[in-house]
Design a protein around this ligand. Structure first.
Ligand code: THU
Length: 172
């Protein structure tokens, strides 16, 4: 419950609360656990097949499932811009279509503009929301690893670290 602070002048304010998110940083793909290296390599490969003729920003994603399968996706753009789809959603929807009952173990993402960037590319808000649906459904956190073209990787243990106060179906 929020606490009320009473100021010396008799006014009161609601106490600000704080939420902490946790993440891990790896300096290079070679520092990742071996099977995550493989997953990130798949994301990088998928990135090459992005259809990103409008933004020239290519993103690849790879999802590893408990049965060992890896489902990939890349961003697919469209002349009617909102009709395109992000790499993460292409990958996760494909995983859920091909293997509806398999637990998702992790997702790796790599994105870059034409001039390669080593700044990690984090999933957009809509992708975070989409990913959260599967994490909640499977009742198991999904680690997210994201990278630029190469270089540093950021990892969260759960989508929830990327999307505090997420909207979920229990409210419906
Ligand atoms: N994009 C993704 O594929 N994933 C994200 O999380 C961020 C953005 C794509 C969408 C669009 O094709 C391009 O990157 C530029 O926004």
């Amino acid at each position: 419950m929020a606490r009320v602070l009473v100021l010396s002048n008799g006014f009161f304010v609601m106490e600000k609360q704080q939420l902490t998110i946790r993440y891990t940083t790896y300096e290079h793909i070679s520092e990742l656990p071996e099977e995550v290296q493989t997953l990130m390599a798949e994301a990088v490969k998928a990135r090459e097949n992005a259809y990103a003729v409008y933004s020239n920003f290519k993103v690849g994603a790879a999802v590893r499932l408990e049965n060992g399968a890896i489902c990939i996706g890349s961003n697919q753009e469209n002349a009617a811009y909102p009709s395109g789809l992000c790499a993460e959603r292409v990958a996760i929807y494909q995983a859920s279509t091909q293997f509806p009952n398999e637990t998702i173990q992790a997702i790796a993402i790599s994105g870059t503009a034409k001039a390669p960037t080593d700044q990690p590319v984090s999933p957009c808000g809509a992708c975070r929301q989409s990913l959260s649906e599967y994490e909640i459904r499977q009742k198991k956190a999904i680690p997210v690893y994201f990278m630029g073209a190469c270089g540093k990787i950021i990892q969260t243990d759960s989508i929830k670290d990327l999307l505090p106060f997420l909207f979920d179906g229990s409210l419906l």
